[in-house]
Ligand binder design. Structure first.
Ligand code: HMG
Ligand code: MG
Length: 300
């Protein structure tokens, strides 16, 4: 009993580009996001307003956010770790902001330099002010299934932090498999717990494909009634503070599977492939998505 339609949230310009060795120019980022805006995507995470010393490839967040052409009906979002980050997103008048933290202490500390308990009040004031400014607020929970420093994550711990984020008033939680270790059995287990206190519409799944399990995990999530998935075109990306975190689930592979199953997304796969080739060219390495490999094989 799968849903008829799902929402795809493209995080390539943020989660993808933050972890590529090649830094894409501001102009090319803007051109790429403008292309993505015309593929039928309704949601694009364009950058993050974090300390540029921590994430140098996204140091131009304000220029990017102010430079893109905003297409009606597309929600533009950015990551914000604190009030300072929110200030940037508000300056660019983005539609949505995303706060983020981890389910595990060690990853939270490495990624945002605070313990889990120290993070709650920082995110709370950020969420409060974003809501007051009329913004949509997404929360990200990282290392839900496993942590590069602590191993398998305790489901109770992940659910505890998720609950805290919902208590702050976030509209949606993106459940992150930061280092791509999850399997479908874990997805069922975690979602069963989360769905006890929050409806499926408020949950998005954010899979990385490090070990090739991302699409299987999407299928498990569909079984549980989840209708929102994050992807990065071509399988770009990772997390710089999670060793071994390779690319996100490739949006083009996700589209291939969903469309084949008769699940609509409103996204034009042909335009996405064109857009993937554009960014692949700027990154200067073949991107890992299966769909792109197939396209290359057919063209050669
Ligand atoms: P900190 O050093 O603890 O911050 O960093 P601080 O409050 O002590 O401030 C220190 C300096 O940072 C100050 O500057 C601040 O102004 C500056 P100084 O006086 O030294 O010149 N600062 C900022 N600058 C720009 N923008 C800001 C900002 N805040 C403070 N917003 C902080 C704390 C969170 C800022 C830092 O750790 C950081 O930027 N971390 C970024 C980590 C990150 O972006 N990771 C990748 C994204 S998460 C991810 O990929 C996972 C996800 O995809 C889901 C999944 O897959 O699981 C979302
Ligand atoms: Mg991620």
């Amino acid at each position: 009993n799968w849903p008829n339609a799902v929402t795809i949230k493209e995080v390539g310009p943020r989660d993808g580009l933050q972890n590529e060795k090649t830094v894409v120019s501001t102009e090319d980022k803007i051109a790429w996001i403008n292309q993505l805006s015309r593929t039928g995507l309704k949601h694009i995470e364009i950058t993050s307003f974090v300390n540029p010393k921590w994430i140098p490839p996204l140091a131009d967040s304000l220029e990017v956010a102010q430079g893109i052409e905003r297409v009606e009906g597309v929600t533009y979002s950015a990551l914000v770790p604190n009030l300072r980050g929110l200030e940037g997103a508000l300056k660019a008048d983005l539609d949505e902001v995303a706060v983020f933290m981890s389910a595990t202490e060690a990853h939270n500390k490495k990624n945002i330099n605070k313990s889990i308990d120290e993070t709650f009040p920082v995110l709370k004031e950020t969420v409060d002010q974003a809501l007051q400014a009329g913004k949509i607020v997404r929360g990200y929970l990282s290392t839900v299934f496993g942590c590069p420093y602590e191993g398998k994550t305790d489901v109770k711990q992940a659910v505890y932090v998720a609950q805290k984020l919902f208590d702050m008033g976030i509209h949606e939680l993106s459940v992150g498999d930061t280092i791509g270790v999850a399997n479908p059995a874990q997805v069922y287990e975690v979602l069963e717990e989360l769905l006890k206190f929050v409806p499926a519409e408020k949950i998005a799944m954010h899979f990385h494909n490090t070990r090739g399990t991302a699409l299987a995990n999407v299928l498990a999530s569909l079984d549980m009634g989840i209708t929102t998935f994050d992807g990065a075109l071509g399988g770009l990306g990772g997390c710089p503070y999670a060793p071994g975190a390779s690319g996100n689930l490739a949006t083009d592979d996700l589209l291939y599977m969903l469309h084949g199953m008769g699940i609509s997304t409103g996204v034009d796969q042909g335009l996405m492939i064109e857009s993937a080739k554009f960014i692949e060219n700027r990154i200067g390495r073949p991107l890992p998505s299966h769909t792109l490999q197939t396209v290359r094989a057919t063209c050669e």
